[in-house]
Design a protein around this ligand. Structure first.
Ligand code: NAD
Ligand code: IPM
Ligand code: MN
Length: 381
């Protein structure tokens, strides 16, 4: 029997708007395939601060590791500010609790018709297809912080097991392709001690466990530039530290023309290839890996409450959830195909239903309904 247990944390501002729409796609999948997803809704971020005076409660943290997957919207907004605990701290505490150390952030065009929406020339950006694997439970984000009136400190450190486990996810994903995808390990080993350890241990893991995979080192600052000038040169996998991965994945939004297109999956272990079972690390009871799924974008307070948000990043995050946490590869592909058809221009045979961030006039609901219709059609319902 397909399906399993979900904890749904819509969060703040456009979070609930796009999560509501993405779940309608899940309703259709349940209805057509007979899969069952038990859904538990709760609070995280500003919504939790308002009700419980904390960005996430112990009860929610406990539930986050008892389910098969967490479906997350976005946390934050100007009304809560940065004084701790702020909304964003709730998300960070969940990431830590779940030990979802590998954050997969793919960058490609959900539809070829959108290539001209990129601020980069089509001949340069066409065919871009890389996945950032961002270390998600360490680095400067975690560790013991010091915050005083005149002093602030975020120790930026990595221990061997943290580097090994994320390198293994990069290796596992690379070797799911034949020939294996190339891997770029991105660091600042010219300056940072933790980067030098990262670089050495990453190479050790690949030499020992993935000898057929080509691993190249790339400094993070120069990568930021090269992703603009030669983005397709990095088609493959980019594995990197938490902070670098955060910044570079928003750059992906710049490359594709909108953050509203980009999904992410944060996994507690290496994902399984289609037709195989995941290894013991991070395995859930639904045949997949424990994960949290959220868009790369934030709560977009500038457009919230108006029905304008692009639901695609949230819907594509749902597709990643079906694939990695529930082993539902076919359904994941159906959702991705449906999004592609909705975004495709009429000239390319698509429906061309697009929100404002993509130069269109559709609202969140209209775009979502178009996706739902395509999902139904592709599932043969
Ligand atoms: P943002 O990603 O929310 O928005 C950046 C820009 O992209 C805005 O102009 C916004 O309107 C646009 N945008 C984002 N998502 C869109 C969508 N789906 N459709 C159309 N346009 C979209 O970044 P920000 O404004 O810097 O951050 C707002 C808040 O969100 C902050 O509190 C931040 O900390 C938080 N945040 C949360 C997450 C998360 O929960 N995972 C991620 C990033 C930022
Ligand atoms: C992201 C966000 C988060 C991060 C914030 C909201 C904690 O920017 O998911 O990219 O910095 O990781
Ligand atoms: Mn970010």
């Amino acid at each position: 029997s397909k399906g399993g247990k979900l904890l749904i944390l819509p969060g703040d501002h456009i979070g609930p708007e796009v999560v509501t729409e993405a779940l309608k796609v899940l309703d259709i999948i349940e209805e057509v395939t007979g899969a069952k997803f038990e859904r538990d809704f709760d609070l995280c971020g500003g919504a939790s601060l308002d009700k419980h005076k904390d960005s996430v409660t112990e009860a929610v943290l406990k539930k986050s590791v008892e389910v098969d997957a967490v479906f997350f919207g976005s946390a934050g907004g100007p009304e809560w500010g940065t004084v701790q605990p702020n909304p964003e701290s709730g998300l960070l505490r969940i990431r830590q609790k779940m030990q979802i150390f590998a954050n997969l952030r793919p960058c490609n065009f959900a539809s070829k018709s959108l290539i001209h929406r990129s601020p980069i020339k089509p001949e340069i950006i066409s065919g871009v297809d890389f996945t950032i694997i961002r270390e998600n439970c360490g680095g400067a984000y975690f560790g013991t912080k010091i915050e005083e009136e005149d002093y602030g400190c975020d120790p930026w450190e990595y221990h061997r097991p943290e580097i090994e486990r994320v390198a293994r996810v990069a290796g596992a994903l690379a070797t799911q392709h034949d020939p294996p995808l190339p891997v770029w390990s991105v660091d600042k080993a010219n300056v940072l001690a933790n980067s030098r350890v990262w670089r050495r241990i990453t190479h050790e893991v690949f030499e020992r466990e993935f000898p057929k995979v080509e691993v190249m080192d790339q400094l993070a600052d120069s990568l930021a530039m090269l992703l603009i000038t030669k983005p397709t040169a990095f088609n493959g996998i980019i594995v990197t530290d938490n902070t670098f991965g955060d910044i570079l994945s928003d750059e992906s939004g710049g490359l594709t023309g909108s953050l509203g297109l980009l999904p992410s999956a944060s996994l507690a272990g290496p994902p399984a290839a289609p037709g195989t079972r995941p290894s013991a690390l991070g395995r859930n009871s639904a045949g997949g890996v424990l994960g949290l799924y959220e868009p790369v974008h934030g709560s977009a307070p500038d457009i919230s409450g108006k029905g304008l948000a692009n639901p695609v990043a949230q819907v594509l995050s749902l597709a990643m959830m079906l694939r990695y946490s529930f082993n539902m590869h076919h359904e994941a592909e159906v959702v991705e195909k449906a999004v592609e058809r909705v975004l495709d221009s009429k000239a390319d045979g698509g429906l061309e239903v697009r929100t404002g961030d993509l130069g269109g006039k559709a609202g969140t609901k209209e775009m979502s309904e178009a996706i739902q219709g395509e999902v139904r059609r592709l599932l043969g319902a």
